[in-house]
Ligand binder design. Structure first.
Ligand SMILES: Cc1ncc(COP(=O)(O)O)c(C=O)c1O
Length: 421
């Protein structure tokens, strides 16, 4: 890994000195790297990341790390634009931007006409929530575990437009999907909400929500289902048609390991026409029939989107199912060891059907801030789940495992936790 890291930095530096990437040496190296991710050669996958070898990183749930081919794609696009701005942007980058959009649609199982690239999950949430033209007393149902990026817009519409917001508390340890659905039944009674908006994976505990069953539940009440998919894309197979949701929004910078400032928005074809565009860059946009009508702009951060396309390629070569299997294997190893620490309370679901590679924990003695800081002092990054944004304070910290983590790192994490907690 150190070799790759050093050689990347060296090649980037010498290219800068040479005044450009035209010598192409960085890309020769990336071409050699195209195949290693196939098979179970995870060490070679890990070598694609420039993560500091002196640090352990377990917070992909907030931000992933871009592998070298993604950084190279961003660099290449940026060089094209800066060498010859209009030609670089419109002729060299634009087709790659379109290709990234088509790949993103394939990745989540929709038509390219139903997908637009955004800057984040939060932006996607805002675009749909504002675009639906909700009226006073229209009811929106969310959970008590939504991330602020998925919840704030509903709170705003509650105060500014009189939308009625109802929060459902899912059980901490569900035994079955129907137990979760019953919570929605109980909270709503016979009411018919306009929309249900839930996270596919809760950022607090890492619990996987039964979104397919929730789509059926919402549709039976003539409501729409919007899914905050900040976590699943890049972590597990996602098929929006199979889920049956109406809207699905996702982040590029987390599990997909794409550049920050990239995201996906899926809107089912039949809803597109009645969604008010989020941005009006051209009045003609309103008559467009595809998802790009939602956020069409004249000029965008195309190097980031080209990087997103490369991130989708990188992820697809490994395969979503294999990523999930790997990441779950690591978190299982962690969970098994960590439950032996008497200081620790385990807050994530135990049932496999609801588990993901994100585990939330609480120290019986220490504040989560202290746990975070003690681990950070030992060069380990976990996520401090900030209580300010929660309806029920958890004092939790969260460990996420992804393709650049290893068994050995998990063992070091647990060992360090044993020492500092
Ligand atoms: C469930 C969930 N939704 C939304 C967000 C915000 O994502 P973004 O930064 O892409 O807007 C996060 C970030 O952690 C999240 O966990």
């Amino acid at each position: 890994m150190e070799l790759n890291r050093r050689s990347f930095l060296h090649s980037a530096a010498s290219l800068a000195v040479a005044g450009g990437l035209r010598t192409g040496s960085a890309f020769d190296r990336s071409a050699r790297r195209d195949s290693p991710v196939i098979g179970d050669r995870w060490a070679e996958t890990r070598a694609q990341f420039l993560l500091d070898p002196g640090q352990l990183f377990f917070n992909t749930g907030t931000l992933g790390s871009c592998p070298i081919p993604v950084m190279e794609a961003v660099k290449q696009a940026s060089e094209w634009i800066n060498a010859e701005p209009t030609y670089g942007y419109y002729v060299r980058c634009a087709p790659r931007v379109e290709a990234a959009r088509v790949k993103a649609a394939r990745l989540i199982g929709c038509s390219p006409t139903e997908l637009t690239i955004t800057h984040s999950t939060t932006e996607g949430m805002n675009a749909i929530a504002r675009g639906l033209g909700l009226r006073p007393r229209d009811e929106v149902v969310i959970t008590t575990h939504e991330h602020h990026g998925g919840e704030a817009i509903w709170q705003r519409l509650e105060s500014s437009s009189g939308v009625k917001l109802t929060r459902v508390s899912p059980p901490d340890q569900p035994q079955s999907e129907s137990q979760i659905i019953e919570c929605f039944d109980r909270a709503l009674g016979r009411r018919k909400p306009r929309l249900v908006s839930v996270s596919h994976i809760l950022y607090t505990t890492g619990m996987k929500m039964p979104v397919k069953a929730l789509a059926e539940w919402a549709h039976a009440r003539k409501a729409l289902l919007m899914v905050d998919g900040a976590h699943p894309v890049g972590l597990m197979p996602v098929d929006v048609r199979d889920i049956g949701c109406d809207f699905y929004v996702a982040s590029g910078q987390k599990w997909l390991c794409g550049p920050p400032g990239t995201g996906l928005l899926y809107a089912r074809a039949e809803h597109l026409e009645r969604l008010e565009p989020f941005i009006i860059a051209d009045t003609k946009v309103v008559s467009r029939a595809d998802a790009q009508r939602i956020n069409y702009v004249w000029t965008d951060n195309v190097s980031g989107i080209v990087g997103l396309g490369a991130a989708i390629d990188f992820h697809t070569k490994i395969g979503a199912a294999r990523v999930l299997e790997h990441d779950l294997g690591l978190i299982r190893r962690f969970n098994q060891q960590v439950t032996r620490l008497p200081e620790i309370e385990f807050l994530s679901p135990i049932e496999d059907a609801f588990r993901t590679p994100m585990t939330a924990l609480r120290s019986r003695r220490l504040k989560n801030t202290v746990v975070f800081q003690r681990l950070k002092a030992r060069k380990i990054t976990v996520k401090e789940v900030v209580d300010d944004h929660l309806h029920v304070p958890m004092n939790a910290f969260r460990v996420a495992t992804h393709i650049f983590n290893s068994d050995e790192q998990i063992d070091r994490l647990v060992e360090t936790m044993r020492e500092v907690l």
